[in-house]
Design a protein around this ligand. Structure first.
Ligand code: DSN
Length: 391
């Protein structure tokens, strides 16, 4: 690379990534093949529209790239192309979710998602997000005692509020979600059911987390978390008489986006193929095992694990413990100084502000890619404990 300034920064970041223990629950390390597709000449091509229906010429090759990505996405999650449609053009998770609401919910009408502080996402209708400004959003939370989803409470809210769409799927909820119950809630309130499986898509692909496809109308996912692809997103929607997919395709282009990023779509296709292998299934299993060991060890060392444990790739724990420990920000700083990278995170019913909350969130997707196993998790938990208790 001739640009020495950027080259130096890329090398520095590469070195940083290699030298730390990365416990950011939403990050991962992609394969060389994914990087190669991302850095390819496909980035030079414009092509608004969809395969066979474009506004540009010279599309013969990139149309094949997009079709291959679509086919692999459907195959990975066991979907029949006559029953499900897929859009691989969203640039990332937030625009994907925005596209779904734009397509299916008239502005000013109601969406219902989980509060961010309890484990939801900005784009599930938080008031500071456009999704909470353009639409009238109502937010559900976790049960105060169990810190788990209380499906009866969610149902009561849905029936009273009658949202157009209910969003299930989270960024910090560690337990397995009962998709059937969410379907019942959506049916009882006359809402569409959207599942945002961004965090656990790789676990669904690797058969370590229940698939939401039997119950959802729409499923969105990013491709760069447990799925271990490039930064991008996919929207799946049911192909039936409601023709949701036609509205979603139109919301992406011409509604929200311009030309697809074909290099990114190719890299997604590569990752989807990788995720269909037996090795990936083994990986997904190890991710969940590692998270469980980390959670059990931290609990054994005296830390309060939110929700009482984990059934997925992530967990949150209370570092503040009513003033007995550091705040979330201080905890994350202390860990970073010693080479352990996490993010500070709110815990349900947090008494501290989001900028310096009571908890930290950790996940095992990235370190499992680097070959870490249960014995390594025990050591990591001990290191975390030692660092956080140091005055
Ligand atoms: N930033 C992602 C996460 O960390 O979960 C969600 O968008």
């Amino acid at each position: 690379m001739k640009d020495t300034a950027i080259k130096k920064l890329i090398d520095a970041e590469k070195k940083r990534q290699k030298s730390v223990i990365n416990l950011i629950a939403s990050e991962n390390y992609v394969s060389k093949d994914v990087l190669e597709a991302l850095g390819s000449e496909l980035t030079n091509k414009y092509g608004e529209g969809y395969p066979g229906k474009r506004y540009y010429r010279g599309m013969a090759v990139v149309d094949q790239v997009e079709i291959l990505a679509q086919k692999r996405a459907l195959k990975l999650f066991g979907l029949d192309e006559n029953k499900w449609s897929v859009n691989v053009q969203p640039l990332s998770g937030s625009p994907a979710n925005l596209a779904v609401y734009s397509a299916l919910v008239p502005p000013g009408e109601k969406i219902m998602g989980m509060a961010l502080a309890h484990g939801g996402h900005l784009t599930h209708g938080q008031k500071v997000s456009m999704t909470g400004k353009f639409w009238n959003s109502v937010l559900y939370g976790l049960n105060k005692e169990t810190e788990l989803l209380d499906y009866e409470e969610v149902k009561k809210m849905a029936v009273a509020e009658k949202p157009n769409i209910i969003i299930a799927g989270f960024t910090a909820y560690a337990h397995i979600v009962d998709w059937k119950k969410f379907r019942e809630i959506a049916d009882a309130s006359g809402a569409l059911l959207m599942v945002d499986m961004s965090h656990f898509a790789g676990l669904v692909a690797g058969k370590q987390y229940p698939s939401p496809f039997e119950y959802a109308d729409v499923v969105t996912t990013t491709t760069h978390k447990t799925l271990r692809g490039p930064r991008s997103a996919i929207i799946f929607s049911r192909r039936d008489e409601r023709e949701l997919f036609k509205k979603i395709d139109k919301a992406i282009i011409p509604g929200l986006q311009g030309g697809p990023h074909f290099n990114q779509i190719a890299a997604v296709a590569v990752a989807l193929k990788e995720a269909a292998t037996p090795a990936f299934k083994k990986y997904a299993k190890q991710v969940v095992r590692n998270a469980k060991v980390l959670s059990d060890e931290l609990a054994r060392l005296g830390w309060r694990i939110i929700e009482g444990g984990t059934e997925s790739h992530l967990l949150r724990f209370d570092v503040w413990m009513n003033g007995k420990g550091p705040g979330g920000r201080e905890a994350a700083d202390k860990l970073e100084k010693e080479g352990i990278i996490v993010n500070e995170n709110t815990i349900p019913f947090d008494t501290r502000p989001p900028i310096d909350p009571s908890g930290i969130r950790i996940g095992t997707a990235a370190e499992t890619t680097r070959g870490k196993k249960e014995k390594d998790m025990k050591k990591i938990a001990e290191r975390i404990d030692r660092i956080l208790r140091k005055k």
